[in-house]
Design a protein around this ligand. Structure first.
Ligand code: ZN
Length: 309
């Protein structure tokens, strides 16, 4: 008889334990919600500086908070495709009586959130979502379209013991809005730039055609169509698994989805196309700590040179 296979080692939980033990991440008691140490933040700041340099100062810088307009969020279609990942902000809007009920529920250890009411704010699901309505509000695009530099915390409800799958994390993005030719040229340029950046910091990677985690049975068809049309590429780096490497960068062509949704027009009156490149900043930091070690001072000279100069 064959020997019993070893119990699978949970490499995700093990890496999380290492990161918490080294003080790079700080536990909050909620899976996927962590504090970050100064060293961790410095790595992100330094990596972002390399992204900024690659962007060559061409883009309009915009920073939105991690909460966005609920009506814009609904109109974006996010709840059709990814309802399982969404998060909405609720607040207490009741009278004294309702307040008493709320405090009693907290006191009794019951769910007290039923007494809250939805607000006009939802948590930003992806850094580029607040951009499209803001660009639409400006009217027709200039003849050379638009190019934007964004960064935001994002929320996705997927609690996990995989440190590379956080619920609250930052994405740095560049977004191009314009003609199909303009946005596809942008995506091609960033496919090259993204690989060059990851090479410089000494990480192994593979580039793959990918799809988004669309919800439900209909979602499978949407994911298949997305792959067939090669709308999404991901740059994957092994972090907690070699077999299932983690997407650290994504290169997305949305065709005219956001242009249609928001009525964004190019200067010749066509519906604008959009594309974005997204850098998963925590994931990139986690990949660097995994491959180069938890002590940044012991990282290879070439990597230190690339980040700290
Ligand atoms: Zn985006």
């Amino acid at each position: 008889m064959d020997a019993q296979p070893d119990a699978p080692v949970d490499t995700k939980a093990a890496y999380l334990k290492d990161l918490l033990g080294a003080g790079l991440l700080i536990d909050t008691g909620v899976p996927g919600v962590y504090g970050r140490s100064g060293v961790f933040e410095d790595v992100i700041t330094r990596f972002e500086a390399t992204v900024t340099a690659a962007g060559e100062g061409q883009a309009e810088v915009m920073r939105f908070p991690p909460g966005m307009n609920r009506a814009h969020f609904a109109r974006s279609g996010y709840m059709k495709s990814f309802p399982q990942l969404a998060g909405a902000v609720h607040s207490f809007c009741g009278d004294s009586h309702a307040h008493n009920d709320l405090l009693q529920a907290i006191e009794g250890g019951q769910d007290w959130t039923g007494g809250l009411t939805g607000t006009d704010v939802v948590l930003t699901p992806a850094t580029c979502y607040p951009l499209y309505p803001a660009v639409a509000a400006r009217g027709v695009l200039p003849s050379d379209g638009g190019l934007y530099d964004l960064q935001s915390y994002c929320f996705r409800h997927e609690p996990s013991n995989d440190p590379a799958r956080m619920q609250l994390f930052r994405q740095r993005e560049y977004v191009r809005i314009g003609s199909p030719d303009q946005v596809l040229e942008f995506r091609q340029l960033w496919l090259q730039r993204g690989q060059a950046l990851i090479n410089r910091v000494g990480l192994p990677y593979q580039l793959e055609i990918a799809s988004d985690p669309f919800f439900g049975r209909g979602g499978k068809l949407m994911a298949m169509a997305q792959r067939e049309q090669q709308l999404k590429f991901e740059l994957l780096v092994p972090i907690t698994s070699v077999e299932q490497p983690t997407a650290c960068l994504s290169f997305n062509y949305h065709q005219d989805h956001f242009g249609q949704t928001w009525g964004i027009a190019t200067d010749d009156g066509s519906v604008a196309h959009t594309a974005c490149v997204g850098f998963g900043l925590e994931r990139i930091a986690l990949a660097l700590f995994k491959h180069h070690g938890l002590d940044v001072k012991a990282w290879p000279a070439s990597v230190r040179e690339a980040l700290w100069g």
